[in-house]
Design a protein around this ligand. Structure first.
Ligand code: PMP
Length: 464
């Protein structure tokens, strides 16, 4: 059971994708979708009258289908839509339901808490249990809770700028850390500029942010040298532009350079918690100054968390002119409430356990094997990477080293739409933003094998 792996395309002549054929196949899949999703279609029409864009949140239009599937219920690793179609759910709410949907252990605790008060502005004992458990898993010794991973990142950036007195933050190109203004920056011709489509940026991110390519130690050294960067905010492996794994020695260099320049290191484990119960940090012995997480930790109840080292905690409380408790910019009325903490305790105690990973990681290996077999046998110019119980195929033969490389070579919107819609029409959901699949404790071998068959069928039709 290895935490991470990459399976590349075979050497020699590779199959090519005929674009006209792809267009035809995509149209066929769209017709089939419409035939099988009448009720979703009717709800979609009705939703136009009250919901902005016809959905409760704008990213729900990102699915490859002509309109979103409206959900009836989800339990474990299965989802049923309003037309009665059933799916093996490998999207799992883009990690929000990595626990499986409504896992029994969490539901019992959540139901119990529903009767006992949800939010009181007072701590519960569950908060201490969760803090202790997060320390055991990740090593950071002081924890706070938020309503999302986005908030956890935003607050940690504030702390880092406050205690270092430095204005800038550093992120890796094509990162995603939630809707955090400072992180919507990219590199163009060596210069920092706003990511395309940035909606109403409060300031130009070039003023707040330095951007470096993932795995580029020399550029990182040069960016940290002037000692004007408060913190590096990093996923330990990029997961939002396909999976880009760190090269050997990268994390050692990142830690050494941040320490030497007095820059704080913040590791975002929101997605890489797929690596194991202690995330990538636990599996590879990273030593960040702060760690952020969210999505799955409360089984789908909105919650994020951040942990800091003892040293960072001490420096936070030395700041006499900083208002951490009221209107200083760190907060959230519902943050750290009783329901969140009851759900998080149950999730950590009984769902996302070491035992669960001992089951989900081998299943993800089975998933990766299935996809890799098709890639090899059909000689597709694609590869698949896996990080624990998370796997993602990309439309390029070998793994990119950086986010920019991944953005340039690994993405093909029509191809992605076809592969996703073909899977959806045959009862498998994968994450709409990219080609990611996640394994929950409730996912079965049969679910994985269904994906293997569906992936093979879609790819065979593509190469003809
Ligand atoms: N960190 C990472 C690495 C993420 O991928 C995301 C969202 N995809 C977030 C933070 C933000 O999570 P949320 O939208 O739940 O706040």
């Amino acid at each position: 059971m290895s935490p991470a792996e990459v399976r590349t395309a075979p050497a020699g002549p590779l199959a090519t994708v005929d674009r006209a054929r792809l267009r035809l196949l995509l149209d066929e899949e769209a017709d089939r979708f419409r035939r099988d999703h009448h009720r979703s279609g009717a709800l979609w029409e009705r939703a136009q009258g009250s919901l902005l864009g016809g959905v409760p949140m704008s990213w729900m239009t990102e699915w490859a289908s002509p309109y979103p599937v409206f959900m009836r219920e989800a339990r474990g690793a299965r989802l049923v839509d309003v037309d009665g179609n059933e799916y093996a759910d490998l999207c799992l709410g883009d990690t929000g339901a990595m626990t499986g949907h409504s896992p029994t252990g969490s539901i019992v605790a959540i139901q119990r808490q529903l009767e006992r008060g949800l939010t009181t502005m007072l701590p519960t004992e569950d908060a201490i249990w969760v803090g202790e458990e997060l320390t055991r898993r990740f090593g950071l010794t002081r924890w706070q809770f938020t309503t999302s991973a986005t908030d956890a990142n935003r607050f940690v950036l504030r702390f880092c700028r406050q205690i270092t007195g430095r204005p800038k933050v550093l992120v890796f190109d094509y990162c995603y850390h939630g809707t955090v203004d400072e992180t919507f920056a990219t590199l163009e011709g060596g210069l920092v500029r706003a990511r395309d489509g940035n909606v109403g940026p409060p300031v130009d991110p070039a003023l707040t942010t330095k951007v470096v390519q993932f795995n580029d130690v020399d550029a990182l050294r040069a960016a940290l040298e002037p000692q004007d960067v408060a913190c590096v905010l990093a996923e330990p492996a990029l997961t939002n532009i396909g999976i880009v794994l760190p090269e050997p020695g990268f994390h050692e260099a990142l830690r050494e350079l941040t320490r030497r320049t007095g820059t704080l290191l913040v590791i975002d484990e929101t997605h890489t918690i797929s690596t194991g119960a202690g995330g990538y940090t636990g599996a590879y012995g990273l030593e960040p100054d702060a760690l952020t997480i969210g999505k799955a930790i409360a089984s789908g109840i909105p919650m994020g968390a951040y942990g800091v080292s003892g040293d960072v905690a001490r420096r936070i409380f030395e700041q006499e002119d900083a208002d951490y408790e009221d209107v200083g910019g760190v907060g959230g009325t519902l943050a750290g409430n009783a329901l969140q903490l009851a759900a998080a305790r149950a999730t950590l105690a009984s769902v996302l356990t070491e035992k669960a990973y001992a089951r989900t990681i081998p299943l993800a290996e089975r998933y990766t094997d299935g996809v890799a077999r098709t890639i090899e046998e059909l000689r597709l110019p694609w590869h698949i990477a896996r990080l624990g119980c998370r796997a993602e195929y990309m439309f390029c033969p070998s793994p990119p080293r950086t986010g920019a490389e991944a953005a340039a070579v690994g993405h093909d919107d029509n191809l992605k739409a076809y592969m996703h819609l073909a899977a959806l029409n045959r009862g498998v959901l994968i994450t709409p933003f990219h080609n990611m699949a996640l394994i929950s404790p409730d996912t079965t071998e049969a679910d994985v094998d269904l994906h293997t068959r569906v992936f093979r069928e879609a790819a065979e039709r593509l190469v003809g």
